[in-house]
Design a binder for this molecule. Sequence first.
Ligand code: GLN
Length: 490
Amino acid sequence: MNELLQLGITEILESLRAREFSAEELTRAYLERIGETEARVHAYLSVLEDEAIGAARAADRKIGAGDDDSPLLGVPVAVKDLLCMRGTKTTCASRFLENFKAPYDATAVARLKDAGAVILGKLNMDEFAMGSSCEQSAFGPTHNPWNLKTIPGGSSGGSAAAVAARSCVVSLGSDTGGSIRQPAACCGVVGMKPTYGRISRYGLIAFASSLDQIGPFAKNIRDAAILLGAVSGHDPRDSTSADEPVPDYTKNLEAGVRGLKIGIPEEYFIEGMDPEVEAAIQKAIAVFEEQGAETLEISLPHTEYALPVYYILAPAEASSNLARYDGVRFGVRQEGESAYGSLFGMYAASRENGFGDEVKRRIMLGTYALSSGYYDAFYTKAQRVRTLICRDFMTAFEEVDVVLSATAPTPAFEIGERLADPISMYLSDILTIPCNLAGLPGISQPCGFTSRGLPIGLQLVGKPFAEKTILQAAAAFERATTHHEALPPL
Ligand code: GLN
């Protein structure tokens, strides 16, 4: 593999300034890598070759003029295909949006461009971000670079697989119930879901608005911290974006964990957890202790309700967010006689043909939960239990600084294995969903491999806006271990 593909952001910026290679050369190396790996991995839904070369040349001109302090200047990145990027297809991996070209940039995309990044393309995902395996993409699954027969996780499977395959330096994904952390765990990379409100969601195609959050994927903690800093911050175009200062997330990454209090929730060692995953987590706990952290057992007593609460609230919000896809204002209209029997017939035919099975399942679940007579029994009750789940965390954080667990109960499974059984698919997110319900920041980082060579992920969850604390802790673990250095046999 071309050694340029191994460099992190800091090394890239230094090398570009030292004229060791140009941004255009680096971008071409990545485009070549995409050409080499995509037939097997299928992480990308579109590759923006001309735009990328144009952005790389612009970066080279800036470097030539000494105007070289942008945080991602000349760095090849890629974004999940639910972030609008002006003039490019933004499909959400759905037939319904197959021909949708975004008329504007999402704020996160605009910030990448302002930071000097070179956007290589748009990444595969489960349709409308509903799924845990990337198999629900209307354009075919992404394959895990560690084992092409297995799933890369989801829904941001393309974002995780592209970083693992070294076909971009870093990427952006989104996480509603685990869609950044779980694929990061499956693909052996770092993935972070920041605090709800940390990154503007203007231009992110909505799934469940009270849960969705954009976040970074990277091959190491420092790169994740740099990307997070570049896209975070208040945005008047997103009323849920927080007006909180953005610290320098790379500062004090070496601070270590001495004195840090790490809570281990007893409820997170669930039945059906893979023994190799559990063993890797126990080893990780020992590493943190050796580094000077204090670990203690805690209880998050309402954990068992998180999955059912999520599968009421997320589909309820989705059924409302997806009502706009009617084949008139948005989406591919179903043509033909039968479709135009009536206005309603046209809506129905367009939705019937445009959406995949999982999306339809969510719309039905959500519509049911919101319908009169059931609203109080399901939706209102789920909201109440959500509050209890938030309180569990707040109580725990009176005692500890971060909460540690596995990211997912099992490593990546085989493509096709869970497709016919939605409940077993939903269980992939049992350890990541509570963090979304509580709006907290969470990170997944590599912490080992199974005997079959599949990556295992470790999750750290922090207090609201304590991204720095979890990045510091994760960086200490990274320095003490070598899991992040392994390369997939691609
Ligand atoms: N797998 C979960 C779901 O299907 C989470 C998805 C996500 O975080 N976008 O809802």
